[in-house]
Write a protein that binds this ligand. Structure first.
Ligand code: ATP
Ligand code: MG
Length: 269
């Protein structure tokens, strides 16, 4: 996964991806041949009806599941040929997830939940602590660090999950309905936050949403219908360009020089 390969090819290339579940009478083809290129730094909203294959595609993109047929290249590397361990390493190093059903640890504080990905990366306790506190502040949860998920609302839990996904400053953030549990105000704050991560930190954002208002934050809107990409359009005027990013009320100003958050390229191999 050299940087040379990254500059020569799109960050992500899907070619003829299919995904079949079950067998015989219960056979279901969730993806029927998906072709998609995603450039580094893009902000893509994935839309489409329920059952159209959005989450299945996100699972493939996130290296959580392998396609039945087709090719998935990440920085030119064929992900579909990687072992389970290699895919796990790809995820830890490059990807952050906010997924449907990606649960927080129940008896563990928000702070510790957010620190977990940094623990897997071998960060020191002080780095973990500072980065997790900053990520929680970014999602508007300052003061809630020591609450467990049971002591938080659904929307707050969702924000903990987002903090956990961004705490490593991943190259790609994969978010499956990240505002699904949130009211309009909080949704807009989360979207403004994703926008800032995209613009200020260059994080490529792939987000599933059912809400057209939220999709308007994206630079590109890909619509799935019945397991294929039915349309793919650029949004020339994403909401984040219409108003200064500083207009997010509860999000703390980012201290970009902060020492705790490492760029994804920092690891040597
Ligand atoms: N693990 C699985 N086993 C069997 N079928 C599955 C599995 N996961 C998804 N499917 C089926 O694949 C199809 C696509 O599902 P997927 O979850 O990708 O849809 P989606 O577009 O994310 O829908 P939603 O908007 O409701 O989240 C559906 O018909 C679903 O029932
Ligand atoms: Mg889904």
């Amino acid at each position: 996964m050299s940087t040379d390969a990254a500059s020569a090819t799109p960050l992500i290339q899907l070619r003829g991806i299919t995904k079949t579940y079950g067998q015989g009478a219960t056979l279901l083809q969730a993806l029927k041949g998906v072709d998609l290129d995603i450039e580094a730094g893009d902000f893509v909203a994935i839309m489409g009806p329920s059952g159209s294959g959005k989450s299945t595609a996100m699972n493939v993109l996130g290296g959580l599941d392998t396609p039945t047929t087709g090719h998935y290249l990440f920085q030119g590397v064929h992900v579909e040929t990687l072992t389970r361990d290699q895919r796990a390493r790809l995820r830890r190093r490059y990807l952050g997830f906010v997924f449907q059903g990606f649960n927080l640890l129940a008896r563990t504080s928000a702070q510790e939940n957010v620190e977990l990905p940094l623990l897997y990366r071998g960060e020191s306790a002080s780095n973990r602590h500072a980065a997790a506190a900053k990520a929680l502040e970014q999602v508007g949860l300052k003061g809630w660090e020591h609450h467990t998920p049971a002591e938080l609302s659904g929307g707050q839990q969702q924000r903990v999950a987002i903090a956990r996904a961004i705490v490593t400053e991943p190259a790609v953030l994969l978010a499956d309905e990240p505002t699904g549990n949130l009211d309009t105000q909080r949704s807009q704050e989360i979207m403004a936050l994703l926008w800032r991560l995209n613009v200020d930190h260059g994080i490529t954002v792939l987000m599933v949403t059912h809400e057209p208002d939220m999709a308007q934050y994206a630079r590109r809107i890909v619509r799935f219908v019945d397991g294929v990409v039915a349309s793919d359009t650029r949004n020339e005027n994403p909401i984040g360009l219409q108003a200064p990013a500083a207009s997010t009320p509860s999000a703390a100003p980012s201290t970009q020089s902060g020492p705790a958050v490492n760029p994804p390229t920092e690891e040597a191999h």
